[in-house]
Write a protein that binds this ligand. Structure first.
Ligand code: SF4
Length: 462
């Protein structure tokens, strides 16, 4: 094993974008504790698995990952399980997973190096300040290393104040705790100065940001606060997870007004049938959602919409399912995901009767895809022949093309745009640059494009 001061770590991240932010912060804390990044898991003295506990399939994937990495570790290396599973099932995991050297919940995530005895003793532990406050709070205010891509997630709050009947997140993430606008601005500024051009703001319930601090409606002012960072290179701010009741003015007007904020609406709708939404303890109805979408489209025809839906919630009937299919056809969302309901311990829905049979849920899921897939395809096809702005994420391996995204594609979630050089030409756009392109084709969720001869953005040239 390497000496204590030069122990090397590998971190494996499962789950959602919010977990990716936590992993970044764990990396920062390990670096500050004197550890170094390993080239691979098999090369590391410390393997951290940041788990996801969202639904059964995610938990199984987390456990499989721990077992695989523990099996491949080099002699003497330590395996630490952290993240949502560690928080939610700490004691059970410790008993069931002897392969793991430590199970560390949220309060210890910023001090993993110290907890497993691998921190360089000459370094001041990074978590000490947070521990003095009575425990690290979900890493929210810890620093992070420079981003490896020209985009980065920024978590503005942790926890959730709602009580959706299917969701266990509030039971282990707790009530919402918003960061201060100052600390968010500071993090975004540092990311932008490090080359990030797009920040993706995330939280369990993003539009609720600030309410726990006695300042409801704080998201719009936060967007205004970040907007001047355009002068430093911030091109785009994207918002994920907007609870539909909060998608109204002044938030929508602010999103549409500010050049930095992309007109991308990730609405967490979950269903369209009003009775089923009430059973889920959620707000809204298909009609209300349609009217929100229509009013945004009237103000911004280029607005893009994504949502996700739960299929097979207890009490869902054929009629409710048909209402969802009708809603999908009427809404014309650019992107939609469908998930089978998963009963979760500690939620109101876990003991509800009338769960639709698994076969039927499978059939309903297929029907949702059958309605949505052509809509998504049409939304891509209609872009062929148009000009769009692409933020370059990376060069492809062969070097003849760059891969990027318009405002319609969230990183790692939706499709991408592959921009190919004209025959015999080369592409010099650097990651983070915005290039004007002409869309020539749509392949599945992805677009293919050629650069428009005269770039709309002089910064596009490397
Ligand atoms: S808004 Fe509902 S689904 Fe989302 S995290 Fe909160 S309780 Fe869970």
């Amino acid at each position: 094993m390497a000496g204590r001061g030069s122990a090397r770590f590998h971190i494996e991240t499962l789950g959602c974008p919010k977990n990716a932010v936590d992993s970044d912060k764990v990396v920062a804390s390990l670096l500050a504790d004197g550890l170094q990044a390993a080239d691979s898991a098999a090369d590391a003295d410390l393997v951290v698995v940041n788990t996801c506990a969202f639904v059964e399939a995610a938990r199984q994937e987390s456990i499989d990952t721990v077992l695989a990495l523990a099996g491949d570790r080099k002699p003497g290396a330590k395996v630490v399980v952290t993240g949502c599973m560690a928080e939610r099932y700490g004691a059970e995991l410790a008993a069931a997973l002897p392969e793991a050297d430590a199970i560390i919940g949220f309060a210890g995530e910023g001090a993993i190096g110290t907890r497993v005895g691998l921190a360089d003793p000459k370094r001041k532990p990074t978590a000490s300040a947070a521990e003095r406050r009575g425990g690290v709070t979900d890493l929210l205010d810890l620093g992070r290393p420079p981003a490896a891509a020209p985009w980065a997630y920024v978590k503005v709050a942790e926890g959730c104040d709602r009580a959706c009947a299917f969701c266990a997140i509030p039971s282990f993430r707790g009530k919402q705790r918003s960061r201060t606008p100052e600390s968010i601005e500071q993090e975004v500024r540092a990311l932008v100065e490090g080359g990030v051009a797009e920040v993706v703001l995330v939280a369990q319930d993003l539009a609720w940001y600030g309410r726990d601090a006695g300042e409801p409606g704080s998201l719009a002012p936060l967007l205004r606060r970040l907007d001047p960072l355009a002068a430093h290179g911030l091109q785009r701010v994207r918002l994920l997870y907007l609870y539909p009741s909060e998608v109204r003015d002044p938030l929508v007007a602010t999103m549409l007004e500010l050049d930095t904020v992309v007109p991308y609406f990730d609405l967490s709708l979950q269903h369209a049938d009003p009775a089923l939404l009430r059973a889920m303890k959620r707000w809204g109805s298909g009609d209300r959602f349609l009217s929100t979408i229509a009013s945004i489209r009237a103000a911004e025809p280029d607005a893009a919409f994504r949502s996700s839906f739960i299929v097979g919630f207890p009490g869902e009937t054929e009629a409710a399912h048909d209402a969802l299919l009708t809603f999908l056809a009427d809404a014309g969302l650019d992107w939609a995901g469908f998930f089978a309901y998963s009963p979760e311990e500690g939620t109101a829905a876990v003991s509800l009767p009338q769960r639709p049979p698994t076969d039927l849920v499978g059939e309903w899921l297929r029907e949702c895809d059958e309605v949505q897939d052509p809509i998504t395809r049409a939304a891509r096809d209609v872009l062929i022949g148009t000009e769009v702005d692409v933020l370059v994420d990376e060069h492809d391996a062969a070097g003849g093309a760059v891969v990027g995204r318009t405002h319609r594609e969230a990183p790692e979630i939706d499709g991408v745009v592959r921009v190919e050089a004209a025959a015999g030409g080369a592409l010099h756009a650097r990651p983070g640059a915005v290039v004007r392109v002409h869309v020539t084709d749509a392949v599945g969720p992805d677009l293919v494009a050629k650069p428009v001869e005269r770039s709309a953005n002089p910064a596009a040239a490397s």
